[in-house]
Design a protein around this ligand. Sequence first.
Ligand SMILES: CC(C)(COP(=O)(O)OP(=O)(O)OC[C@H]1O[C@@H](n2cnc3c(N)ncnc32)[C@H](O)[C@@H]1OP(=O)(O)O)[C@@H](O)C(=O)NCCC(=O)NCCS
Length: 178
Amino acid sequence: MNHFSFKLPTTIEDHKFLVNLHNDPLVLKNITNPKPITLADHQDWWMHIVANQHIQQRFMFLIDSVPAGFVKFYDIDQTNKNCVLGADLHKDFRGRGFAKFMWKMMLEHCFSEEKLNLHRVSLTTASFNTVAQKVYFNLGFIEEGRKVDSLFRDNVFYDEICLYILKEKWENESRTNA
Ligand SMILES: CC(C)(COP(=O)(O)OP(=O)(O)OC[C@H]1O[C@@H](n2cnc3c(N)ncnc32)[C@H](O)[C@@H]1OP(=O)(O)O)[C@@H](O)C(=O)NCCC(=O)NCCS
């Protein structure tokens, strides 16, 4: 049985792990700005994140205390009780069924009354990212629209698919899958 946890990056090794993950070709292909970053870029950006914890939170995802991914909660809106999510797994941990555990912890973090206590979460995913879509639909996310031709990759325009899930649906899904 694996142990899963979230951790704030603190050491230089943590930040190197995050830069390495960000610069992974598959991660870059799936984000709006596909340019690689340097450790200095990342550290400047991280100062901004730390100063704005009320509107965005980002943690490393650990499997048995080993860094395995990065989870992102942004545009946290406590007035309207929603936020936007994103997450990536390091290539060494992909294809082993860990994504659903990472995402279940993220949804727990969003909907738990002791944590963010939100009503709705959403995300966008590239239309070509069939593996990520499988993860999201399996968890109960629902498509609510598309940002048509909003990603330009290798001279081709792709849609981003907009997905959401409400707390009530997540609780029902959790009961069904318990
Ligand atoms: C998206 C990501 C987190 C998914 O994690 P993963 O470990 O690769 O996913 P899994 O191995 O758990 O597979 C997820 C599902 O896709 C299925 N799948 C795997 N490869 C597939 C393929 N080539 N075609 C279709 N389905 C596939 C799996 O069978 C599984 O479905 P199941 O649970 O119903 O069996 C991970 O691939 C990742 O970080 N990728 C790089 C960046 C990225 O895409 N981030 C998300 C941006 S929205």
